[in-house]
Design a protein around this ligand. Structure first.
Ligand code: S3P
Length: 178
């Protein structure tokens, strides 16, 4: 399929980049976290608290399966842990071109140190948690990605321009009428 999917760690800017790309490419944007919250009628934090992380992970897979049923060509921002499930990796490949927004642990920490909406980071030592999660995830992100863009030290304009340039070069997405 012809979707553009953004993956990467929490705080890498998937949602905001998705919105910016949506303006530039005139395509609808969706966000798996928001779709899940809407369907469940609860926040991600409440889902984690009440039903646990495994339940949230099943919701993520269900969300991707539903998106595969739709014909619309979208930009899709995903939750940071979504590519970790084997089935999700296969679903992402079917959905379209996967763009990895790569960020360093220090930048994630700077961006999210006061955030209260990421249940995985509500702990004593968030920087250590970020580092260890990043270690577990980096290879998976890299293997899932068709395109990688480093986001540290770049503004939104630079990041979006780089993604569009690389999408064009890859030839993987049709109708990039920018
Ligand atoms: C998670 C990332 C979050 C959200 C949930 C779990 C993760 O999304 O899905 O809190 O496991 O990294 P963002 O990457 O949009 O913060």
């Amino acid at each position: 399929m012809n979707n553009i999917i953004l993956i990467g760690f929490m705080g890498s800017g998937k949602s905001t980049t998705g919105i910016r790309l949506s303006y530039r490419l005139r395509r609808a944007v969706e966000d798996t976290d928001k779709l899940i919250e809407k369907k469940a009628g609860r926040s991600i934090s409440d889902i984690f608290k009440e039903d646990g992380e495994p339940c949230f992970r099943r919701m993520e897979t269900e969300c991707l399966r539903e998106l595969l049923q739709s014909k619309e060509e979208r930009i899709l921002a995903t939750g940071g842990g979504l590519p970790m499930e084997k089935e999700n990796q296969a679903l992402l490949k079917q959905l379209g071109c996967v763009v990895y927004l790569r960020i360093t642990p220090k930048s994630v920490y700077e961006r999210l140190k006061d955030d209260q909406e990421r249940p995985l980071l509500q702990c004593e030592e968030p920087l250590a948690k970020i580092r260890s999660l990043m270690e577990q995830r980096t290879l998976v992100y890299e293997e899932a990605a068709d395109i990688t863009v480093d986001v540290d030290g770049k503004d939104m304009e630079e990041i979006t321009a780089e993604i569009i340039q690389k999408l064009k070069e890859s030839g993987k997405i049709e109708n990039i009428g920018d």
